[in-house]
Structures are given as C-alpha cells and as structure tokens.
Design a protein around this ligand. Structure first.
Ligand code: AR6
Length: 180
C-alpha cells in the first residue's frame, strides 16, 4: 500500500516505556492468552498497574491470537489498557493477518470507548519473535487503513523501546503516507 491520501490524525513514533505514557487514555498491552503478567511490555504494564489488572483480565481470558480486549488501567496513569494477543511468529498462522487483526481490534475498541489518544508497543516483536521490519509495516499500514473508521481517535503513538525500532516505524510511516 502506498500513497494513501487523507487528513491524518497525528501518528507518532517515539522511544520510551509503554508504562510511562501519562498523556494518553489507553495503552496497548502485548499480552499473553491468560492476560497475566509476563516479560517485556506485559511485565511493565502489570507491575505499574498493580494486581487488579490481572484480576480484571481473568474473566476475559483466554483470548486468541489477533484478539483485543479492554480493561481499566488501575494504578497506571491511563484509564484503559487494551490487551492484544499477537501471533507467535511461525506458529500462529496467518501471522500477518493475525497481527493486523490486533491493531484493527484495538483501534475498534478505542473508538467504541470514546478514547481519543492511544499508545501501542511493537506487538509480537519481542518474545513472540516477529521480525521487526515486517511487523512495523503491518502495524503502520493497519493503523492507516483502520483510522478512517475511528473518527474520534486523535492520536496514535507507537512507543518503541530503542532507536532502531523507532526508526523502522518512522520510515514505514513516511513511506505509507507520503509525509517524506
Ligand atoms: N515499553 C515499550 N516497549 C517495550 C517495553 C516497554 N516497557 N518492554 C519491551 N518492549 P514483548 P510480544 C518492546 O516481548 O513479542 C510477554 O511475556 C520489546 O523490545 O513484550 O508480543 C507476554 O506475557 C519488543 O520490541 O511482546 C507474552 O507471553 C516489543 O516491545 C509475550 O511476552 C514487544 O515485546 C508477548 O510477546
């Protein structure tokens, strides 16, 4: 997909910690099927949110790859956490469709809930092994194609752990929006 033309809500790519995004109403969790704490993003969010986050997830679990569910954010600075189960690369197939499904479902839940500002990590690119460049293309292109159906969303922020990952997302954003 190239050269999509529309008035974009702000999409930005920053380095940072997904558990420290105080100015967005919702953060997205790179969850496990049981919606329990874990490593990486899930560990950071559960530690910051407190034990209520896992308690709130229990009745919603298990979730399937590509699915998103929403809970409150508890002790996080965010009202909401949107939990996505990304595909395990090479195991959950079709991986690309399942990864795109995470971004679509997460934005759909945000729109339903009246959330205006949402921050995503790079789903599936850690423990789940998705190659960064492929995952970034899917993430950015899916956000771009889904946002027209989400008129209340004003900001989508990709929060990347390191500069290399930020750069890859930024390049896809520029490639896919002609903002270069
Ligand atoms: N803020 C932003 N990005 C982060 C942070 C953070 N605090 N910590 C890690 N990353 P991962 P997955 C980056 O493994 O691949 C969990 O244990 C990281 O560098 O968190 O979807 C769950 O319980 C990587 O690029 O998520 C699941 O079992 C990206 O975020 C499983 O891992 C995602 O890494 C989910 O695996």
């Amino acid at each position: 997909m190239t050269g999509v033309s529309m008035d974009y809500p702000l999409i930005e790519c920053i380095t940072g910690d997904i558990a420290r995004q105080a100015d967005v109403e919702a953060v997205v969790n790179a969850a496990n099927a049981q919606l329990e704490s874990g490593g990486g993003v899930a560990g950071a969010l559960h530690r910051a949110a407190g034990p209520e986050l896992a308690q709130a997830g229990r009745p919603l679990a298990p979730i399937r790859p590509g699915q998103a569910v929403i809970t409150e954010g508890f002790a996080l600075p965010n009202a909401w956490v949107i939990h996505c189960l990304g595909p395990v690369y090479g195991v959950d197939e079709p991986s690309a469709e399942l990864l795109a499904g995470c971004y679509r479902e997460a934005l759909g839940l945000a729109q339903q809930q009246g959330i205006r500002r949402v921050a995503f990590p790079a789903l599936s690119t850690g423990v789940f092994g998705y190659p960064l460049n492929e995952a970034a293309e899917i993430a950015v292109s899916t956000v771009l194609t889904t946002l027209p159906a989400c008129p209340d969303i004003e900001l989508v922020r990709f929060v990347l752990f390191d500069e290399a990952s930020r750069g890859v997302h930024q390049r896809w954003l520029e490639t896919l929006t002609d903002n270069d």
